[in-house]
Write a protein that binds this ligand. Structure first.
Ligand SMILES: *[C@@H]1O[C@H](CO)[C@@H](O)[C@H](O)[C@H]1NC(C)=O
Ligand SMILES: *[C@@H]1O[C@H](CO)[C@@H](O)[C@H](O)[C@H]1NC(C)=O
Ligand SMILES: *[C@@H]1O[C@H](CO)[C@@H](O)[C@H](O)[C@H]1NC(C)=O
Length: 546
């Protein structure tokens, strides 16, 4: 029998102590990045060049940002201004902290999108003259939107998109659309496929919008609408599993806008042995929308439901958040924690219907004991209610923008003025007190690093003060498209058995394996982070393909 070495024992405890003190001392911090980004960031997506595309709607009236090169948009079908010389889309550069106006031709209001495997942002649908349009944005320094007017077979307003293992995008639902379709189309795929579940789950106001969609490791899609969820075999156009109704039976989708994310997928060699878990948090109780119409702003839901969808008979586990929240965003952090940010504690989504903004984000640690998963972090000064967004940046900060509960831009004389401000939230792990623990990736140096499914690869990094090899993980995060409290395509993979080699003092090499299947990681761009003792590096970009 081996006697434990007391010194080794102390060293094992050290990271724990470091984390504990850090946790006590740190609540994260907020920074105002832009006083006036010119538009209200209702939709946001991170591109593979590190820039962020954002847009609101063309029928908001005049924004505070002029269109590039003195151009104007003349559109006889427009509902607000038929001649509009202001922008309703912009590109934000988080490194330079600068805004570049973009020119969107048709209405992108309440639309959806995804980053395609080749890095293009594919945006689908919207309202009015934009409801059948597919728009493409290439990541390059002076690119702008390209529009394809009949890109969609059906009108898509409040739909949800997901990247599939074969690289196509599925576009699901939208208001009064109980079907789905694919982009791009081939002659082999019919225009739309009936999806009765969406008709069955709509409420009396025909709402259950922006369904929560997650790709499972068996290739099927988990779809949550209103208070029910199913597993959809989209190819066979059939439901292969019906999950129990979430306890309480309250709705979680628009306008009861809760949020949802797939929890980190911890990769192991056996695909079918990888548990897939979904988390759904917050929302507004049954009837809240009708009550808000009557001027009654009901307290939001303070519960989360967590379900392991790969179990033979999955059950919801209910957990309670420190604060009730509707219209919150859930952001997967590079560490595998979930940040719940933005939103309000009363009312619902919809024009003028949110009350009591929640100014503090909450951190959820999915692997902590159930009594210790939530932690309330530092609060902002800026309410972010309806039409607000939050996304992860490559440097580990969260970009926060938007909030406009009004039919037009209203900057004064209203409860929650239209927000043109952009902020960043730096989670506790970015605190300077952890800088000695922070890894800095030095290899691969190519941008993006190209990797193949199942390929072994190396990540080299430096770190000033290495606590121990057990504390190192390599994670991959897909860039998501965020609107209306849901990040489409959000996905984090914890790569398997990272072996560590010491190359020189303070320089290490992690030997790891890329996800073995597009069922785990659909092809395309991912951020790669090295996490040491809960402190992530800045990311490098990778591109995974067959
Ligand atoms: C935006 O423009 C409006 C109208 O010109 C102006 O009243 C308002 O102060 C501007 N808002 C910001 C945040 O710059
Ligand atoms: C789920 O929502 C539907 C439609 O709003 C409602 O009729 C039903 O009662 C809810 N289910 C439960 C268990 O509360
Ligand atoms: C917002 O602005 C519009 C246009 O200036 C105005 O008509 C409206 O009354 C304002 N208030 C709300 C709550 O929309």
């Amino acid at each position: 029998m081996k006697t434990p070495n007391p010194r080794a024992h102390f060293l094992n405890l050290l990271p724990l102590l470091v984390c504990m003190f850090g946790a006590i001392a740190q609540l994260g911090s907020w920074e105002l990045l832009q006083e006036n980004a010119g538009i209200s960031a209702m939709h946001m997506a991170l591109l593979s060049n590190g820039k962020v595309v954002m847009f609101d709607r063309t029928d908001f009236g005049k924004s505070n940002l002029s269109l590039p090169a003195g151009r104007c948009r003349s559109d006889p079908n427009e509902l607000a201004l038929t001649l509009d010389c202001t922008a309703h889309s912009a590109e934000y550069d988080p490194v330079a902290n600068s805004v570049r106006p973009l020119f969107v031709q048709t209405d992108v209001w309440c639309s959806s999108g995804a980053i395609a495997p080749d890095g293009r942002l594919i945006q689908t649908g919207g309202f009015n003259d934009g409801d059948h349009v597919v728009r493409v944005f290439q990541p390059c320094d002076n690119c702008d939107w390209e529009e394809f007017p009949s890109g969609l077979a059906a009108r898509r307003w409040y739909a949800t998109n997901q990247i599939l293992p074969d690289g196509r995008i599925i576009v699901i639902g939208g208001r009064r659309q109980y079907n789905y379709e694919f982009y791009p189309k081939s002659e082999m795929t019919a225009a739309t496929f009936l999806f009765r579940f969406l008709a069955e789950t709509k409420d009396a106001n025909e709402n259950n919008l922006y369904p929560f969609v997650h790709l499972s490791t068996d290739g099927n899609l988990f779809v949550f609408a209103n208070n029910r969820s199913v597993l959809l075999d989209y190819g066979g156009n059939r439901i292969v599993k019906v999950f129990p109704t979430m306890p309480g039976g309250d709705p979680r989708n628009y306008p009861s806008s809760g949020s949802s994310t797939l929890l980190p997928l911890r990769i192991s060699p056996e695909l079918s042995a990888i548990p897939v878990e979904v988390l759904v948090c917050g929302g507004a109780p049954t009837g809240s929308y009708d009550q808000a119409r009557e001027g009654q702003f009901v307290q939001a839901l303070d519960t989360c439901g967590r379900i392991r969808i790969t179990d033979p008979s999955p059950q919801w586990q209910i957990e309670t958040m420190p604060v009730a929240r509707v219209m919150g965003d859930m952001v997967l952090l590079p560490t595998g924690d979930v940040l719940i940010i933005n939103g309000a504690s009363a009312g619902t989504a919809g024009w003028e219907f949110g009350r009591n903004p929640v100014l503090s984000p909450v951190l959820y640690n999915p692997v902590a004991p159930s009594s210790a998963r939530f932690r309330t972090l530092a609060s902002t000064q800026v309410p972010r209610v309806y039409h607000s967004t939050a996304i992860l940046l490559p440097d580990g900060r969260i970009l926060v923008g938007g909030s406009n509960p009004h039919v037009y831009y209203n900057f004064s004389g209203v409860l929650f003025p239209t927000e043109l401000r952009l902020e960043s939230f730096s989670p506790p792990y970015l605190s300077p007190q952890f800088s000695r623990l922070r890894p800095n990736i030095i290899f691969p140096a190519s941008n993006p690093a190209t990797i193949r499914f199942g390929q072994q690869f190396q990540v080299r990094f430096s770190v000033e003060s290495m606590v121990g090899a057990e504390g190192i993980t390599v994670t991959m995060v897909a860039p998501s498209f965020t609107t209306h409290s849901f990040s489409m395509n959000q996905r984090l993979l914890v790569l398997q058995n990272t072996m560590l080699t010491v190359l020189s003092p303070n320089v290490y090499q992690a030997n790891t394996v890329a996800p073995q299947s597009p069922l785990l990681a659909p092809p395309g761009y991912y951020l790669i982070f090295v996490v040491h003792q809960g402190v992530p590096s800045s990311a490098i970009w990778s591109r995974i393909s067959a």
